[in-house]
Design a binder for this molecule. Structure first.
Ligand code: MG
Length: 382
């Protein structure tokens, strides 16, 4: 079990559940960080008494500094503040739960300090997987996945990221709220409809990504990097009940799966207690109530985002970074109702066609491509 935590993205869904797990397990919190939700940050700071709070937004940081003037908590701001929270020596584990590619630099900062990364920010691995995994190896920083599918794969592998006995990964997907619908039927779906996920309660960006199935595409790329898998070694299965959270098929034909209720509290807690387990706040899984489990092939024709992601996974280089950044920008436009649901995949496809391809990108190339893809989407589609 880890000794002290920093939680980056503490006001989001994963961040709040990470703090709840820390309270449940009695793990002290050294630092919290968020973009600008200062009312909740103040509440969290008063409850967990961290040494440091990082607020990305400068103006919000100023307001929080005033609000917390009667406490010992120091308030910092901007990207430097986020990096400081990631590198704070008091914490031996950093939960990276910020949404989007803004998580990349603080994750690298935490890796450089050799901390355990409870990785909840999938965009980090999607954009810069090779770089991040190589840096973690070099700095002996442990990466424990928080994403439920990757936690399931990690658990199925017996608590390791690499196994020569792994034949393939069976990556499960709920299919989201629009499973079974055609592209034409979902084209004009509204944010309210896309945000109605049947099984999981999550933040807005990832819930829209679940509806487009881009989330599964990003997880496909995340799994490649985490587990050293070739694209051909990953099979996506639509599993509407969300009971099997993913599985590993070994070279002898054995399939080991991890099952549980769909509750992020469990993979979050496991990333903190690993290699041990502790009683959790999650409900036990009732297989009698589940009754039957179903598995289907994904419908790539009607989930173009998943198809684009699998294609970007094959191409490698900056393609996954362009995919992820363009998607982030397009989902932002969709949530503001500036573009229809069906346009998200069109924005991503157009960005992939337009941004110059680089095969072996440096960190600078990645940050540049990320910016270029966002600018491209915002310029052409808003
Ligand atoms: Mg997931």
């Amino acid at each position: 079990m880890v000794h002290s935590l920093s939680v980056l993205g503490s006001t989001g869904s994963i961040g709040r559940q990470s703090l709840a797990a820390a309270a449940h397990l009695g793990i002290p919190v050294a630092a919290i960080a968020a973009q600008r939700s200062i009312a909740l940050l103040e509440q969290q700071a008063r409850q967990f008494r961290p040494r440091l709070v990082a607020v990305y937004d400068e103006a919000a940081a100023g307001a929080l500094r005033t609000a917390l003037a009667d406490t010992d908590t120091r308030v910092v701001s901007g990207p430097e503040g986020l990096a400081e929270a990631a590198a704070l020596p008091d914490a031996d584990c950093v939960v990276t739960a910020v949404s989007g590619s803004v998580g990349l630099l603080p994750t690298l900062a935490a890796i450089d300090c050799g901390k355990r990364i409870a990785l909840a920010n999938k965009e980090t691995l999607v954009c810069a997987g090779e770089l991040v995994m190589a840096r973690a190896k070099e700095k002996c920083a442990e990466i424990v996945p928080v994403d439920s599918e990757h936690s399931a794969i990690f658990q199925s592998l017996g608590g390791v990221l690499r196994s020569p006995a792994m034949h393939r990964i069976l990556l499960t997907a709920s299919g989201g709220p629009f499973r079974g619908l055609t592209k034409a039927e979902t084209y004009h779906k509204t944010p309210a409809e896309a945000l109605r996920h049947p099984n999981w309660s999550m933040g807005a960006k990832i819930t829209v990504d679940s509806a487009t199935m881009m989330n599964k595409g990003l997880e496909f790329i995340e799994a490649m990097h985490l587990f050293g898998a070739a694209p051909a070694q990953i099979t996506v299965l639509v599993h509407p009940e969300s009971v099997v959270h993913s599985a590993v098929e070994f070279i002898d034909g054995s399939v080991v799966a991890q099952m549980a209720v769909p509750d992020m509290g469990l993979p979050i807690q496991y990333a903190l207690t690993f290699p041990d387990r502790a009683p959790s706040l999650c409900a036990p899984l009732d297989l009698f109530a589940a009754g039957a489990l179903h598995f289907e092939r994904p419908d790539l024709e009607n989930t173009p985002c998943l198809a684009l992601a699998m294609d970007a996974a094959q191409r490698g280089g900056v393609a996954p970074c362009v995919l992820s950044a363009a998607n982030e920008a397009a989902v932002g436009l969709f949530l503001k109702e500036s573009i229809p649901f069906g346009k998200i995949s069109e924005c991503v496809a157009a960005a992939l066609d337009s941004i110059r391809f680089t095969g072996h990108p440096t960190l600078e190339d990645i940050l540049e491509c990320d910016e270029a893809a966002r600018t491209f989407v915002l310029k052409d589609f808003s």
